[in-house]
Design a protein around this ligand. Structure first.
Ligand code: PLP
Length: 392
């Protein structure tokens, strides 16, 4: 029996792990109410037709060859012009989703043993990539008592001589919190002071319920900054695997950009035909976004009303994206993973446990994805409420 490399044991992705248990239950005939995966296409959302048309045309026109490793020229130009502030096309790399963008950027930056500050709770892919690189994850805690705010003091207290980078996720998965200008400025001040690279994952920037999204790059030109975004969420085509990263301070990051180029060359290129959707996505009709937000807003409101009426649950109302991270304010034997597993086995209601996203020690949460139709959400909250009341 051949053994895999030991450090792969630290590569975990709770969202898909818990889905595997649900698939097992479903195969046994259990009806699952899926509130666990952030893929709008599994529910009543559809890819905008003009993007399907652009990709179909690219395929028909024979654009099935490898493209440049940094991406299609017209796509890089469209992203460069769209970003705030605009960058040069050569500062943009088109990738197989934000996932690959994160992988390229972190691989180019982190040596084994380097420290990277990651949000907690936060998106587990950051941790998985760091684990693969054998970098040390230093979690910084978002402040639940202040609406899951970014806490620059906590970040500053965790900087060490080995710290290389800070990842921020705004709006955040799994909390749905949107960072304020002041919070971002405070984090940038920490990065400036210690010469840390900031990676700003802004994949949910168009999906807002209230207020505005402040692009991190509009707040500084003197901190090494890489932003990441893509088509998966706001443009409703996650399976196409289209994302990008942009270097906003090329003078500070020229060597890192060269390293990313070498890594990008070594994996040939991102999926070519799908990159033909980038320009029409960024410059064409945007009507699908307010349409999607209308649905999401009433689903969010339903969720907030239902969860706030449940015993032992409290909730920070999400301001963006399609996630919420309610707190489970009672002891649960085995922690929130046991809670989520018991819940799905008994009721079919499927959430992801807070522990899978990291959280302050001693706290318990579960992540709700409120993409499903209201009938599904209502049934899911009925199941959750009965489950909790039976154990109150
Ligand atoms: N970043 C965050 C915060 C996400 O929630 C996700 C997917 O859920 C990704 C990145 C991955 O996006 P992509 O489909 O572009 O790889």
């Amino acid at each position: 029996m051949i053994q895999p490399a030991k450090h792969i044991a630290n590569v975990k992705y709770a969202i898909r792990n818990i889905a595997a248990e649900a698939a097992r239950l479903e195969a046994q005939g259990k009806k699952i109410l899926p509130c666990n995966i952030g893929d709008p296409l599994r529910f009543d959302f559809a890819t905008p037709p003009h993007l399907v048309e652009a990709v179909t045309k690219a395929l028909r026109d024979g654009h099935n060859q490898y493209v440049a490793s940094a991406g299609l020229k017209e796509a890089r130009e469209a992203v460069a012009a769209h970003l705030k502030p605009a960058v040069r096309p050569e500062d943009v790399f088109i990738t197989a989703g934000v996932s690959e963008a994160l992988d390229l950027a972190l691989t180019a930056l982190l040596e084994a043993g380097d420290e990277v500050l990651l949000p907690s709770p936060g998106y587990p892919l950051y941790n998985a990539i760091a684990a693969r690189l054998q970098a040390k994850v230093v979690p910084y805690f978002l402040d639940e008592s202040k609406g899951w705010a970014l806490d620059a003091d906590d970040i500053a207290s965790k900087v060490s001589p080995r710290t290389k980078a800070i990842v921020i996720c705004n709006p955040n998965n799994p909390t749905g919190a949107v960072a304020t200008r002041a919070q971002l400025e405070a984090v940038l001040a920490v990065a400036r002071k210690h010469n840390l690279v900031v990676l700003s994952d802004e994949i949910y920037d168009r999906l807002l319920f209230t207020g505005e999204h402040v692009p991190t790059a509009t707040l500084c030109d003197d901190v090494p900054l890489i932003t990441l975004n893509g088509l998966s969420k706001a443009y409703l085509c996650p399976g196409w695997r289209v994302g990008w990263l942009a270097f906003h301070t090329p003078k500070l990051l020229a060597n890192v950009a060269t390293a990313v180029q070498r890594l990008a060359d070594a994996r040939l290129c991102g999926p070519g035909p799908f990159q033909y959707a980038i320009k029409p996505a960024l410059t064409g009709p945007q009507d699908h976004i307010p349409e999607a937000m209308k649905k999401l807003r009433s689903r969010r409101d339903l969720m907030v009303t239902r969860l706030r009426a449940m015993p032992g649950v409290s909730l920070v109302e999400p301001q963006g994206a399609f996630y919420a991270l309610p707190s489970l304010n009672r002891e649960w034997a085995g922690g929130d993973e046991a809670f989520v597993l018991e819940l799905v086995r008994e009721t079919g209601v499927l959430f992801v446990h807070g522990e899978g996203f990291g959280q302050k020690p001693g706290t318990q949460h579960f992540r709700v994805v409120f993409l499903p139709q209201e009938s599904v959400l209502s049934a899911a909250f009925d199941g959750l409420e009965q489950f909790l009341r039976a154990r109150a």
